[in-house]
Structures are given as structure tokens and as C-alpha cells.
Design a protein around this ligand. Sequence first.
Ligand code: ZN
Length: 280
Amino acid sequence: MFKIAIDIGGTTIKGVLLDENKIIKEFSAPTNGKLGLDKIKQNLFFVIDNLMCENVKIIGISSAGNIDYKNGVCVYTTDNLKGFTGFKIAEEVQMRYNIKTVVDNDAICALKSQIEFYGADKTLVMITFGTGIGGAVLSNGKIIRGKNFDGARLGHSVLVPNGRPCNCGKLGCAETYLSCTALYNEAKKLIPNLDGVKQLFALYKTSDKNAKIVMKEFAFYLNIFLDNIRTFYSPDAIIFSGGLTKDFDILLSLIDKKDDIKLAKNAQYAGCLGSLVQID
Ligand SMILES: [Zn+2]
């Protein structure tokens, strides 16, 4: 049986074709999330078209935003995906391809992809470090959904009162200090010709003075964030995924208390693969 799994992020729409549970093809395209719903849909269908083959039985979609997973609708998202709020993702994809489609929030999908490695009765926290910060919590085996599918959105917990403005309208959200975007923007103030976070990490490894200043500040906020998470949920593990975890060893070196910090298994595909895992 073939399955397609898609991950709609703020920057990239990533997709894989699976034969049973084996990835046999990958295809990605830019999301162009700031250009509005029509463009995002066009890119989404472009990725699915490129993965489609005969006998695909299910399409799983992991999406940024608050997702009504029962109906496959995005009930709210920031302007990282402009116009996406209200979009009936499952219905439109299902209509176009006539294939059963399931949708869930991207951090929840990443979390669901890890449950088989830790056990379904555990308390697990997933943090995705990407364009934004995604958060999801499995509490004693139950995913925290919240009343509007907006529970445990850890990236929008306030880390700094009256701090940096966030896409969500609040000030000082964790996302504005700990996402790839935030880290890059801060680093550019000291290293103007920086071309990405990857280069920042490379500079940090060479003990570059400016890179060390930026990472020290990042570490300060990251440790407060993790301490809050431990206080709220007392998790068995705090699992990291997303773009920033490509240099997981550096991230880990910044963290004061390391024993419960884990890198997601198959981190690169965690969102995609978890979209096909169906649990409440
Ligand atoms: Zn926010």
C-alpha cells in the first residue's frame, strides 16, 4: 500500500511517498506562505502531484497552525501562512485526488512520530525549531489539544514580558527568541554578512567572538524555556526537531540540564511521518 505524507511549514512544503513504511520518493517546494492561500494551495498540489502514483490509499498532512484534526481544517494560523486560517485542507485535497486525507498540527505530528520509540503512556514534549517554534505535549498518553485546538502552543508562551513583537500579536513569545528566524535576525546584527544559521553554528565552532555572544544569549532564553516546560509538564523527555537540530550537539552543549533532552528519531521526516499516525 502506498501513502503520501506532507509537511507544510512556513518556508517549505516537504513530501514523501511511502511503500508501507519505507520512504521511496521525496519532493519539496517552497511554501511562499506570505503570498497568500492560492499560492500555498498551488505549491501544496504541486508537491502532491509529484509524489502521486497508482494505489495511494491515504494522504497525511502535517501543517503549521491550529488544526481541527477531526475535520482537517486550519482554524488559526499566523501570517507565516497568509490566508490559511479557515482553509479546509482535508476536504480540498480529498476532493482533488479522491483519496482519504488526514491532517494535524505539525508539532503534534512530529510528536506522534516519536511515540513508538518512547511508549504511548508517557509524558513527552515536542519542540520544533523552524521558521517558528512549534510545541506539542503528550501527557500520560493523551495529546493536549485545548478547547480550540490551541493547547500547548509552547512557542507562543511569553518568555520576556514586553519583549520582541510576535506574528501572533503578543510581545515576547518564545518563538521570537528561539526560532531559526529569531536566531538569524539577532546574529545578523553582529555579523551583517551572515548567510544563515548553519554558518552561525560553523562560526561558533571556531570560537568566533560574535557568534559566541549570540549563542550565549540564545542559550539563556532556551534554558528558561526548558525550565518552564519541566515545571508545567514534568515530561519523561523533551524532544527536539526542526531545522536547528541539524547541529544538535551544539544545541545540547548550550543546555544546563541535558538528561531529558532528546533528538527526534528520523528528525528530518518527523512531521511528515507523524501525519499518518492516528491517535487522539
Ligand atoms: Zn506569539
